[in-house]
Design a protein around this ligand. Structure first.
Ligand code: ARG
Length: 563
């Protein structure tokens, strides 16, 4: 039942002067629950009724009634509607129970195409704790958009091209040892990369040689290509281990190199449309009219750039996926880069530039200041995830040693704790990674929410209410109603999270649901109650369990049934 529509219909029987849409628009939600669930202000009616708003409110309120509302009362110039709690609880809970795993799914998107680009890590570099941000915000947004019935394509725009590969190839050729590298590929390559920079500081000719190697790679030179492919392959092995731990899925790994053969056409187009101009042997786009610095499109040696590959990628994606929205989950430090190339795409005459969205986020730092990307002093994401898993495993061994598949559960809770912390913060904010806060089973944490879910599962295993009809009027206490009201918001919250590209809205919602559920549980005993009371309370427990599970799924956190 749509209670708001009921209110509109009831009011419409008394009001000729406003259309149904106008009535609906005026309906407010009172600030305090004791004032009812909906309020209709009568100010606009004084002309048509030729009366003071207070009198109109009294008159209309006395003329209407309906089983869906336990109170329809005038309060000054307002008419307050209080929903019949039993009808409301029934309505909300049965909706959840009927939909079950599908609760939350809605057809907002009509299967329109949406691209979510996320993670987009650089090959031959360590995946550090900072990389969790794009990976998890993006993965969650992909799930959220999918739930809203968008046809989602998840793209990992791998950083597998550019002058740094010239450096890496050269460093390998000068100082590398294949056997050593294969033992521990990414770490060894990072070492070589650091060495390259140290040496190049002393001998600038190394930089020229590196540029030559990248140019060779762009021109398809066999040796350069073989070495590059080798680095790419072992990097992917390491990345995939992390993606698996994080439940990150991708439909495409078309990274920067994928666009190398698509760039010449873009450059021709930019020249024909007079968008680029020559500048000391290079080519740039003047963006001064848009308040931005000029953008370099080709270098003096003719090699292409990061930004040019992004333009080529956007054009390719439009052609291939005909997106309604093309989302880039990339750190806030690249804001200007995105503004620049999106402006260039606009200058090329493509309206769909407006459908490209940069979703930025802030930094994550470690409590002890251990994080510094320079000189390889980084905190590896994989190590953090495994350490969290180990910590949880220790707790399980101590508190619940007979639990089945402890390893798997420890992974779900350990990784879930990190992901929860990651997605709890408003994405644009910087946050400090805290082991202690994150792994606690109290407060706003992943383990707390997972524990609440497992508690609901345990109640469902232990209390049998099969076949007992549910009398929803037994859920009329405030703690139960708080849960019901919160459940009713889930679908809207998913839409808000999608519209604002903000998984934290959903994470916070889930966390509040767990808190309200625990208050409900503390206020309402279940185990030693009459079958009728048990049946009503268990209906609520089950609805909470479904919502926690579906909500956790959308923020990419597993929901184990036993902890
Ligand atoms: N690989 C880049 C980096 O690590 C991020 C790529 C972002 N995506 C894009 N389409 N430019 O900085």
């Amino acid at each position: 039942m749509d209670f708001k529509q009921e209110v509109v219909a009831l009011l419409k029987t008394q009001i000729d002067a406003l259309t149904e849409a106008e009535i609906e628009e005026s309906i407010e939600v009172p600030k305090y629950t004791h004032m009812g669930d909906f309020a209709f202000p009568c100010f606009k009616l004084s002309k048509a009724f030729r009366k003071a708003p207070n009198m109109i409110a009294t008159e209309i309120a006395s003329n209407i009634s309906n089983d869906a509302f336990e109170g329809i009362e005038a309060a000054g110039p307002y008419i307050n509607f209080t929903i019949n709690k039993a009808a409301y609880a029934k309505d909300v809970i049965e909706h959840v129970l009927d939909l079950n795993d599908d609760f939350g799914k809605q057809n907002i998107g009509n299967n329109d195409s949406v691209i979510v680009e996320f993670s987009s890590v650089n090959i031959a570099k360590v995946m550090h704790i900072g990389h969790i941000r794009s990976a998890m915000i993006g993965n969650s947004l992909a799930r959220i958009y999918k739930a809203l019935n968008y046809n989602v394509t998840r793209i990992n725009h791998l950083g597998d091209y550019g002058t740094q590969f010239g450096k890496m190839i050269l460093a390998y050729k000068l100082w590398g040892d294949r056997a050593v590298i294969e033992q521990n590929p990414v770490d060894e390559l990072v070492k070589l990369y650091v060495k390259f920079h140290d040496e190049a500081d002393k001998d600038d000719s190394l930089n020229d040689q590196a540029r030559e190697w990248f140019l060779k790679l762009e021109q398809g030179d066999a040796e350069a290509t073989e070495l590059w492919q080798w680095m790419k392959d072992f990097s992917m092995v390491e990345f995939n281990r992390v993606y698996e731990l994080l439940n990150c899925e991708f439909d495409s790994f078309a990274g920067e190199s994928f666009y190398s053969d698509k760039m010449p056409a873009i450059l021709t187009e930019l020249r024909e449309k007079n968008i680029v101009k020559k500048d000391d042997g290079a080519e740039i786009v003047d963006l001064e009219p848009y308040g931005m610095p000029p953008c370099l499109i080709t270098k003096r040696d003719g090699s292409s750039l990061y930004v040019t590959r992004d333009i080529a990628a956007a054009v390719y994606r439009k052609k291939t996926y005909d997106f309604k929205k093309n989302i880039y989950v990339v750190g806030a430090e690249q804001k200007l880069h995105f503004q620049q190339w999106m402006q260039i795409v606009k200058l090329m005459g493509y309206d769909w530039a407006d459908d490209c969205v940069h979703v930025p986020f802030g930094l994550v730092s470690m409590e002890d200041g251990a994080m510094s990307t320079r000189k390889g002093r980084v905190v590896k994401l994989e190590e953090v995830l495994l350490k969290a898993k180990e910590s949880i495993l220790e707790i399980i061994e101590e508190k619940n040693p007979t639990l089945d598949n402890k390893e798997e559960v420890a992974k779900q809770v350990g990784v879930g704790a990190i992901v929860f912390q990651e997605l709890f913060h408003n994405r644009i904010k910087d946050y400090v990674f805290s082991w202690e806060r994150m792994l606690s089973s109290e407060g706003e944490t992943g383990p707390y929410v997972q524990y609440s879910h497992a508690r609901a599962c345990s109640l469902m295993r232990n209390i049998d209410v099969e076949g007992i009809p549910v009398d929803y009027s037994l859920l009329n206490d405030e703690a139960s109603m708080e849960v019901v009201r919160h459940l009713s918001k889930f679908e809207q919250v998913i839409q808000d999270a999608a519209r604002k590209y903000e998984p934290s809205i959903l994470t916070r919602y889930i966390c509040s649901l767990a808190q309200l559920f625990n208050s409900f549980y503390n206020a309402n005993r279940i185990s030693d109650q009459s079958p009728e009371i048990q049946a009503a309370r268990m209906a609520l427990v089950k609805a909470v369990k479904i919502t926690l599970k579906n909500g956790l799924y959308l923020v990419t956190i597993d929901a184990p049934e036993r902890l």
